[in-house]
Design a protein around this ligand. Sequence first.
Ligand code: SF4
Ligand code: SF4
Length: 71
Amino acid sequence: MIWQKKKRGEAFVHPDKCDGCGNCVKICRHRVLEMTATENGKRTVARNTFRCTGCGKCIAVCPQKAIEIIF
Ligand code: SF4
Ligand code: SF4
């Protein structure tokens, strides 16, 4: 699994914090976030970050505070 690198203005999911609940995947209209399987279970990764508008909706619904956007 190749995790993303942090880039300004794009959602970044901390894989060590994410528990794979899927809230962020459901709320993102731009389909930036995808579930992926790891050896520790399901996790979310931001794959299509070129589509991310930085709206912050995914951050608001994340119970683990696993998503970050650097501005
Ligand atoms: S900040 Fe908005 S567009 Fe970007 S991943 Fe989160 S919900 Fe999707
Ligand atoms: S809302 Fe947070 S904990 Fe849930 S899948 Fe997304 S990043 Fe992971």
